[in-house]
Design a protein around this ligand. Structure first.
Ligand code: ATP
Ligand code: MG
Length: 586
């Protein structure tokens, strides 16, 4: 199935996850009545805003479902009452949709809206915990946190059994019920799994009687004060997957060591009649690491809270809200996710790969426009005062069907400061004044007339404030004879009286260092002071009708978007999405 919103959707390349799904489809490994044979899920914890790494996970999970006709669930993994908030739930929903995916599945079988919350399973999770206790596979531990941690051992030392490990089933059940009833304080007891008799000496630390329930007298964003015990992630996650009939539970490599517990728990509960076989299977892939950013939720929060950036949607941040405001396209982000592939070993991807994918997505579809970002006045001395000649150019050079745009040529124009040089360097073909009896340079004002430079004005500080030219009335672009003028320079410009004055925000990478937080470095030392520059620019008049989130290529400068927050009708504010070329490439 293809996603028709996604015009640049690449043909899916094979990768190990797609191979697994294909082979499972071939053998019918997950065929069950009334259910699609591929069901994946994206399980964010609503404790922060999503970032580009999550985009990769969304793309991987929803993309697999899309490509194989299955469905993908959005599940909030909300088992941690203290840190979770509705604000995060809302922003996550927004971001997944914006990236182009939906949990509302159309079938052929198993259609419906597949949005879930782990907290909806609290009742069932509790019931299964009682089952584990009753079958001798869980016990209440009453050691102090310090003892518990000391007795877990470490990679080289086996753990030591808790003195409470031999409690009777009746005692465990009573204690667990009393924990639920609120008879104990936070931390007084925990419920732990007992996988095997000698599990505390397992080489895998995750198998050493992992905690599955803890006491937290805390208000939960959805269940309120109904519960004062909360299930742990490693316990909740496999069960949630099984309850939702997930077939392929895809996560990042750090969960590899958790897989034996995942498998043990589901096999045990299936044996107890809670689930039917086949139960979900976990597969791990390498997380996306991009250079020149940080993605740790803690560090992102720190930058927001310390005012280093202006909120979670600051266009400099790699959050999905930030990337959206920056003007990155969902299709461009998807293209980056596809290109970077799915692998089994960790590595780094250059940030330029993301920027390149966004450029590639925008080039064929972004309308062109002219913007003068660092204005210098150009005066056409022989042009009649008060007149305006209409000039025309294509909306897109390769898409004539998009039509034309028009703008006036007037006596006073804005050009870029860098398009004039008092003393030209070799190979400079823009505006240069008459020197030593030689005439000034001749250039074409793009889509307008050919002009010849006759002089310039300076202010009292020696700064050039205006350039003077004469125009050739028979040189207008698109008119017969215009080609008789051979010039080397082709300069962009806008009319002074017609120009739209607008704030333009020139964004660049947030850090100057490839791996700003690697190896214990303080990422704040590598903030790029040039990550944001705000200029007052003069734009082609038609841009006044730009609507929020509309994207353009400003000729010669790059891709820009009308800011979705600060743009007003008739008064857009533009953000630089990305320059035309990668100035960071080594
Ligand atoms: P936390 O430490 O708070 O758990 P997290 O980044 O894992 O942070 P989750 O909300 O648990 O946040 O993540 C949801 C899903 O996104 C998980 O399955 C996680 O593995 C995946 N994910 C997070 N970061 C990346 C990344 N850089 N690349 C690929 N997947 C990622
Ligand atoms: Mg996580």
């Amino acid at each position: 199935m293809s996603n028709d919103k996604n015009s640049t959707a690449p043909a899916p390349a094979p990768n190990f996850l797609r191979n697994i799904v294909e082979s499972d489809l071939a053998t019918g490994a997950h065929d069950r009545p009334g259910l699609p044979s591929v069901i994946t899920r994206f399980p964010p914890e609503p404790n922060g805003y999503l970032h580009v790494g999550h985009a990769k996970s969304i793309y991987t999970n929803f993309g697999l479902a899309r490509d194989f006709g299955g469905r993908c669930h959005l599940r909030f993994d909300d088992t941690n009452p203290e840190k979770e908030e509705q604000e995060y739930v809302d922003s996550i929903i927004d971001s997944v949709r914006w990236l182009g995916f939906d949990w509302d599945y159309k079938g052929p079988v198993g259609a419906g809206n597949h949005l879930y919350y782990a907290s909806d399973y609290f009742g069932k999770l509790y019931e299964m915990a009682e089952y584990l206790i009753k079958t001798g596979r869980a016990y209440v531990d009453s050691q102090s946190a310090a003892d518990m941690s000391a007795n877990r051992g470490n990679f080289s030392t086996p753990g030591t059994n808790s003195p409470f490990r031999t409690r009777s089933v009746e005692e465990n059940l009573q204690l667990f019920r009393d924990m639920k009833a609120g008879k104990y304080k936070d931390g007084e007891h925990v419920l732990r799994a007992k996988i095997t008799e000698d599990a505390m000496s397992s080489p895998n630390m995750n198998m050493r009687d992992p905690a599955i329930y803890r006491i937290r007298h805390a208000h939960h964003h959805r269940t309120g004060d109904d519960w004062c015990i909360y299930p742990m992630y490693d316990y909740t996650h496999p069960i949630s997957d099984a309850l939702e009939n997930i077939t392929h539970s895809i996560c990042t490599l750090e969960f590899q060591d958790h897989r034996p517990f995942y498998d043990w728990l589901l096999a045990t509960l299936a044996e107890g009649g809670f689930f039917e076989q086949p139960v979900p299977k976990q597969y791990e892939f390498a997380r996306l690491n991009l250079t020149y950013i940080v993605t740790s939720k803690r560090k992102l929060r720190q930058m927001v809270e310390e005012g280093i950036v202006d909120g979670w949607d600051d266009p400099r941040l790699p959050t999905m809200a930030g990337m959206r405001r920056r003007g990155f396209t969902p299709e461009g982000i998807q293209l980056m996710c596809e290109r970077t592939g799915v692998t089994k070993s960790d590595g780094w991807i250059d940030f330029g790969v993301l920027e390149g994918a966004v450029r590639e997505d925008l080039d064929p579809k972004a309308p062109r426009a002219i913007a003068v970002l660092r204005p210098l006045k150009l005066i056409v001395d022989n042009f009649p005062e008060g007149e305006a000649h209409e000039c025309t150019s294509p909306v897109h050079p390769h898409h004539p069907e998009l039509g034309h745009r028009t703008f006036p040529f007037t006596k006073e124009l804005w050009i870029e400061e860098e398009d004039f040089m008092e003393v030209p360097t070799k190979g400079y073909f823009r505006f240069t004044p008459p020197i030593d009896g030689n005439p000034g340079s001749r250039v074409r004002l793009k889509y307008g007339y050919v002009v010849e430079c006759t002089g310039y004005d300076k202010d009292e500080n020696g700064k050039v404030i205006a350039v003077h030219v004469n125009y050739f009335p028979d040189s207008k672009s698109g008119t017969p004879g215009a080609d008789n003028y051979k010039v080397k320079g082709n300069i962009t410009w806008v009319s002074v009286p017609a120009a739209l004055e607008a704030e333009v925000r020139l964004y660049d990478r947030l850090f100057t260092e490839e791996k700003p937080d690697a190896g214990g470095k303080d990422f704040k030392e590598f903030l790029n002071p040039k990550a944001l520059e705000v200029v007052k620019a003069y734009l082609e008049p038609g841009l006044k009708d730009a609507v929020a989130e509309q994207r353009f290529q400003f000729e010669r400068h790059g891709y820009y978007v009308a800011d979705r927050v600060d743009s007003q009708p008739g008064r857009p504010v533009f953000n630089r999405i990305v320059t035309l070329k990668d100035s960071w490439a080594k």
